[in-house]
Structure formats: structure tokens, C-alpha cells
Ligand binder design. Sequence first.
Ligand code: ZN
Length: 296
Amino acid sequence: MSLLDWFDDQRKLKLLTAPKYKHPQSDGSKGLWTRCDDCGMILYIKHLKENNRVCLECGYHLRMNSTERIQHLIDSDTWEPLDEKLSPCDPLDFIDQKSYKERVEEAQERTGLKDAVQTGIGKLYGIPVALGVMDFDFMGGSMGSVVGEKLTRLIEHATNNLLPVIIVCASGGARMQEGILSLMQMAKITSALQVHQSQAKLLYIPILTYPTTGGVTASFGMLGDIIIAEPKALIAFAGRRVIEQTLQEQLPDDFQTAEYLLSHGLLDLIIPRSLLKQALAEILELYSFAPYKKSN
Ligand SMILES: [Zn+2]
């Protein structure tokens, strides 16, 4: 082994053993420093926050929680939340290592949210929009009955008030602890979107962030009129290992990244976080004149 290889091995080893990036509010450590998931650079959390959690060294987009997303996208003092009080119940009395009830309570306490999505109405550079933001910190952003119901109500509210819908996706998929009830949310949200897009002729834009997987990718994540992703976002239905084992094939390194999906026609745009609000405003502006809004 050459000296250079040895240094490279040491660097990789350090990256592997380094503590994973966690949101400072959710891990309770309130530390000053964190490490980039991609390049391993040590970052001052205050500067990272000012830079919208984009690594100052390599530009990697670290995870944002739903409140930070809303602050980033919505003009200050214009956010009006919807259905804030909706909280999940435990219809199956589900227990794995812990009971579902305990898991929900723990997540509610840690994040200050009732479930894994925040929805509401606000202005984006003065343009009124209906916005839904999923929160990965709440049980991996999993989609249960409350997430499905809140998003459906948001879309229906937007349809009735002629507003465009934007949903920021970050999810591990359907919430297993709610069984089939979580899977039916896919169809419910899709039906509401069908009315919003095809009948009311209104715009819907999903923004796919790291990670968007499972039932979210298989339903509203991919139904946008324009589908936007963040750079290097993981977007998938089944996991990489499952696909490799099923197909008995080695998959390319960039498989299931936003860049791979864009080159294969599954996305319309990859937009860096620093330009996202401006880009959304321009798209909304453009579509407000679109001829397809005239009823047939
Ligand atoms: Zn980095």
C-alpha cells in the first residue's frame, strides 16, 4: 500500500466512524460544531444555519427541519398553519420493541410537532401559496393517517381558494405502525391532487429532498406539474440493496440520486437551496399566465 492510499484509507475510516450529523435541536446536544455528511468538514453550526444548512466547504445540502424550511420559503409574518392539532391515534395497538404510542409521544416531545408534516398558507415573495413541509425528524417523516389527512386538507383548501400547492417531501415512506391505513393515504392524496390539477387547473410542485422514498415517491412525490429536487437528494421507491439482490446486478454509484433521476427523465429541475425561493416565485409567476388555467 502506498503512503497516499494509506492516507486515503485513514480519511475514509474517519468519515465512517465520525458521529452522523444530527439536527442540534433534536439531539439535545446544543453543540457548536458538526460535521458534513459528505466531505467530513467540521462546520460551525451558527454559520451552517446562516447558510441554510448547506456545507460551506463542498455545497452538500444537509437536512433542514420543517420549521426552518417554512422560514426559508415563506415571507416573515405571513404563515398561517392549518390543522395544527391533528394528532395520531393507534388503531392497531401496534407494538414492536416499543409501542407505537410511546414512539409518537417521544417524537412529539422531541420535535414539538404533532406529526411528521406542517401545512399552512403563506406568501412566497408576496405570492399566496399552500405549503406542506414534511419533517424527517418525526419518525423518519413517515406517512401515517395524520400526514395523509393534513396534506389532503391542504390540497382541498388550495383547490377551493385557487392557490398553488407546494409540498416539500422528506420521508422514509408509509408508516408501518398504521398498516394499511397509512398505505391508503397515497390514494387519498392522489385523488385530492387529481381534482386540484386536472379539474381546477391549478399548479402543484413537489420538492424532493434527502431522502424521499417509499410511498411518498410512489404517490404525490412524482405527481407534480413541475418536479423539483435538491442536489444529491436520495429519491427512491425500494432500497438499493433490495434492488441489487432482486436483479442480481451491481448498480451505478449515483443510482437513486437526484442527478441520476434527472438524466433519466424522472425530474424536471435540480435547484440548489440558495436559489429555491426565487426559482419558485418565478415559476409561480410564469404559471399565473399559463393558458391551461382557462377551463375547457
Ligand atoms: Zn461538505
